[in-house]
Design a protein around this ligand. Structure first.
Ligand code: FMN
Length: 209
């Protein structure tokens, strides 16, 4: 009688158990909702972090969670978002996080991250040096399908509201942010597995001062 190949089977199980689970979902810590300067003070003092002296300090999970929530999180039951949207529908722009540990899609309903890739694409996604090295970079992707019957420019309009919230929340947390339209679209389309109607509008590299 043939013996089962015990060692290869065990090896396979071990490999499977340790393979990166790319559909993995990671719940984020609750966002910070108080503290920091007043909104008016944050508006008065906001600026883009300098590209030639970009802050490179690490960003905690809680800070990342706060920035993502500020960009496109829930702030009320029902049709309640931190940004104004067409007829209160769910934000028709997605926010991706790219960092040393891979590529993640922010789930605005669950306040969670879905891993969609395990590679570090920061250096290729950005065309300017500060974006290549920043601890995290957010990628804003407009979905033209959601507003096609009105005006496709509403997607980038929403990205404008989201990114201004990022600037103000980053200001409150002592984090530097810089909006950059200068990005590697072909690379991002492939790595983020985008549909043809989805388009990367900008990236926002982030780093602690
Ligand atoms: C639509 C748009 C595109 C931008 N693209 C880039 C970019 O590709 N690279 C960059 O370094 N900064 C970019 N910026 C940042 C601007 O250069 C910056 O906001 C401007 O110099 C004003 O500085 P402030 O934000 O500190 O007021 C962009 C800003 C906007 C609004």
């Amino acid at each position: 009688m043939k013996r089962l190949p015990v060692f290869p089977l065990a090896l396979c199980c071990t490999l499977l158990l340790h393979a990166p689970a790319l559909s993995a979902e990671k719940m984020l810590p609750a966002p910070q909702k108080d503290g920091g300067p007043s909104v008016l003070a944050a508006i008065e003092h906001r600026s883009s972090a300098p590209g030639d002296a970009f802050p490179m300090g690490a960003i905690s999970d809680e800070e990342l969670a706060t920035l993502l929530w500020a960009a496109t999180g829930r702030n009320r039951e029902g049709k309640g978002w931190t940004v104004p949207t067409d007829m209160g529908k769910a934000p028709y722009c997605s926010v991706y996080v790219i960092g040393a540990n891979g590529i993640f899609l922010y789930d605005k309903e669950k306040h969670a991250l879905h891993q969609i890739g395990a590679t570090d694409i920061r250096a290729e996604a950005a065309k300017q040096d500060f974006g290549k090295k920043a601890p995290y970079t957010l990628v804003f992707v407009a979905d033209d399908r959601a507003v096609a019957r009105y005006n496709k420019e509403w997607g980038p309009t929403l990205v404008g509201a989201m990114t201004q919230n990022i600037y103000l929340a980053a200001q409150a947390l002592g984090i530097g942010a810089r909006y950059a339209a200068n990005l590697n679209e072909a690379l991002l389309r492939k790595a983020l597995k985008l549909e043809p109607e989805e388009r990367p509008v900008c990236i926002v590299p982030l780093g602690h001062f």
